[in-house]
Ligand binder design. Structure first.
Ligand SMILES: *Cc1c(COP(=O)(O)O)cnc(C)c1O
Length: 432
């Protein structure tokens, strides 16, 4: 037995499970090389932006109080604008999460009487209350901003005919969610998003196009800003925070859009000029610097999981061979026991709270119990290895993250081991 096999064994991975994983990986060498190449490109892109903006030691220090003349904050926002190829950016710890960033971008760029259009079907769950699809205090609907949606065609493609019809004189902003989130539609490539934006702009060039970029950053070499998006929006406790940002969100985009967002985040008249960065800047810079390779690690984990479970005849979305545009992997297990065992395995692989056992619970806002596995350094961070699943048919787990590839690999082997230990996957199926 090799040294590494012994180490895995000491950490609860049987020979059979390890050997099975090793065989799966042999077929993935070329895919992983491509991912490394994208990470290499993106690493240089981030580095170039940091160098061109002359990030200095002083930028790593924060401000307190009003935060006037915050060099680090202003430089960081310039770096984001360069990385996403947009005119400007707002990158703040005061943006509390991805939903907040998206809500901010929408509320600050829409006015009463305007209409918001989603041409890609239902948006992410938490946006339903922002928009007012589910009534909520302070929703866009309460401010007289209406919403229209065009669903995707059966095959997951854009319904251009219906989109054309849905665009009216009142249409002000089009929101395009890159990642499938927790739906079963495909995730869009940046190129596809570009085609949709071009289509919209041909009908009415003054319509603003926003992309919800959550989970998509650095998966490809281009970002939505490269294909005409007026705003690119996301969370720093996902990909671009590189696992180090402890909080935050970003809006990169046209100068005017970003200014509107800043006026809404702080106050009319104050905009970007205030907002103390406290002590987070170093983690924002360092996290962004690491983000390309961290995203690559998470992506390898997702592809490894897809291939490993696909060969055991579980349904996986995306499948093992599909090209990737986000870091989320869904695996359908078909039974609550298997879903729970999978999550136990992920939890047991964590650097924090590995000794606790996650259980399904009645989470507010969900119609079924939900189980979540996460042992993260940053609470709720989903660029760190994590999984969650509603306990209802078809009993699918959504899995994402992994700050390093060895950790993502270990977590997935641990999940398989948990299924084997629970008698839900027969060991004979792991043999060649
Ligand atoms: C995570 C996510 C959000 C919301 O981000 P939070 O930080 O959880 O509020 C929105 N859209 C998509 C596609 C996401 O993946």
């Amino acid at each position: 037995m090799s040294e590494i096999e012994r180490q895995y064994q000491e950490m609860g991975i049987d020979d059979d499970v390890y050997a099975y994983g090793k065989r799966i990986l042999q077929d993935l060498e070329e895919r992983f090389r491509d991912i490394d190449e994208i990470a290499e490109y993106n690493q240089l892109k981030v580095l170039k932006a940091m160098q061109e903006c002359q990030v200095s030691e002083a930028c790593l220090l924060g401000t307190s109080g009003y935060g006037y003349n915050d060099l680090g904050r202003e430089t960081l926002e310039a770096v984001y604008a360069k990385v996403f190829h947009t005119e400007d950016a707002l990158v703040r710890p005061q943006i509390t999460c991805g939903t907040h960033a998206l809500a901010l971008a929408l509320m600050s760029n829409l006015r009463p009487g305007d209409e918001l259009l989603s041409p890609v079907g239902k948006p992410y769950d938490t946006l339903e209350e922002v928009i007012g699809i589910r009534p909520s205090k302070g929703s866009l609907a309460e401010y007289g901003i209406t919403y229209r949606q065009v669903d995707l065609l059966e095959d997951g493609s854009f319904d251009y005919e219906s989109i054309r019809k849905a665009i009216t004189d009142r249409t002000r902003l089009v929101t395009i969610q890159r990642s499938k989130g927790y739906q079963t539609r495909p995730t869009f490539s940046v190129k596809q998003i570009g085609e949709l934006i071009s289509f919209v702009k041909e009908i009415r060039p003054d319509i603003l196009c926003m992309t919800d970029n959550c989970y998509g950053e650095f998966v490809e070499t281009i970002e939505p800003g490269d294909v005409g998006a007026d705003m690119v929006v996301g969370s720093l406790i996902k990909n671009p925070g590189g696992g180090l940002a402890p909080v935050g969100g970003y809006i990169a985009g046209k100068k005017e859009c970003v200014e509107n967002a800043a006026y809404r985040l702080t106050s009319p008249g104050l905009g970007k000029e205030v907002g103390a960065s406290l002590d987070v800047l170093k983690s924002f810079y360092q996290g962004l610097f690491l983000a390309p390779t961290v995203t690559a690690a998470a992506l390898k984990g997702a592809i490894f999981a897809a291939n490993l479970y696909e060969r055991l005849e579980f349904a996986v979305i995306p499948d093992g061979r599909e090209s990737r545009h986000d870091i989320i992997q869904a695996v359908t297990f078909g039974s609550p026991e298997a879903v729970i065992a999978f999550c136990h395995g992920i939890q047991a692989a964590a650097p924090v709270d590995s000794h606790v056992t996650p259980e399904p619970w009645d989470m507010p806002g969900y119609d079924a119990q939900v189980i979540m596995a996460a042992g993260a350094f940053v609470s709720g961070s989903s660029i760190e290895l994590s999984a969650d699943a509603p306990i209802k048919p078809p009993y699918a787990v959504y899995f994402q993250g992994g700050l390093t590839w060895p950790h993502a690999k270990f977590g997935i082997l641990k999940s398989l081991q948990a299924l084997v230990n629970a008698g839900l996957v027969d060991k004979s199926r792991l043999r060649p």
